[in-house]
Write a protein that binds this ligand. Sequence first.
Ligand SMILES: Cc1cc2nc3c(=O)[nH]c(=O)nc-3n(C[C@H](O)[C@H](O)[C@H](O)COP(=O)(O)O)c2cc1C
Length: 337
Amino acid sequence: MNAIVINGSPRVKSNTMRLTRAFLDGAGFDAEIIDAAKLDIKPCLGCFGCWKNTPGKCVINDDMSGILNQIIGADVIIWSFPPYYFSVPSGLKALIDRQLPLNLPFMSEESVFGAHAQRYDLPRKRVAAISTCGFWTAAGNYDGVAAMFDRMYGKDNWSKIFCGQGELFRVPELSARTDLYLKAVRRTGAEFAKGGITQKTQAGLAEPLYERKVFEQMADASWGAAKDGGPPDGAFDFTTQMAAPYRPDGKERVIEFVYTDIYKRYQIVCRAADHDVIRADFLPCTTRIETPFTVRQAIARGEISGFKTLLQKKYRVTGDFSVMKRWNKLFGAPPRR
Ligand SMILES: Cc1cc2nc3c(=O)[nH]c(=O)nc-3n(C[C@H](O)[C@H](O)[C@H](O)COP(=O)(O)O)c2cc1C
């Protein structure tokens, strides 16, 4: 199976490529990666030289001629990209446009809306599009992209993994949740290699990583800038992100964090149905956690065990200790559905 990945993300560490690598792993494909953003792919000149003057060959001399050969020779093509303004990043769009030599100028009657015939009579390729986007859901963000793939390959002739909340894949503190998704992507790759992705799997992949409110709180707290225009407060953002997945259990609590190494204090105010993180006008707390900020960060990233660290007296808990025992239930990754 000759598989290629066409990577459209200009980033060195692409969220989407994490999914794509999991997919390849599950599928057992040893794919060649074509990095559209790193290669020399100039924009199409619109001269139609590849149709009129040098049939099948572009007048521009750059990396695209090699890529066309790779596309022609591939059995499987995996497009991996983030959406940019509800389309694809410009480097990838240049590559897509430069596929014109693969078509003939003549109209094909097969398409309802009009299409150009294929230049090469090749066996049908298997195609998948993999993408992570920045909003809470993939729904509504890929309408243009999906329409483009439908026209390129025919409706239902390509598979997709479109995932919302893509920026969470780079947050080590959330790996318990994102690893579950990557595991599902690995399974999807295996299904794809065997013939096709089941509807059940597709529906599972469409489920948001976190519910919208939780995600948007974490996202807003991730920019190192305060939403209200005030000075940046990284420890407040961290505490907000840590508290965002809060799942109320009907009890009211005030959990106070005192970060002893940076002299900062915050409270997570847990109410019956929701929560807030406050940094002033404090309430009487029910649980108080005194910890170096660095220790709390390392626990959140899963680098050290919260329980062991407590035994080692690296931090101190006073007040209601039951909250510590229920921490993962209250603030951990949502349970697997
Ligand atoms: C210029 C630009 C435009 C973007 N446009 C969208 C968009 O239209 N819809 C969306 O959900 N996310 C959008 N995003 C967010 C990215 O798609 C998202 O962060 C993605 O996970 C990045 O993936 P990558 O790390 O693989 O590049 C945009 C990001 C940038 C930088």
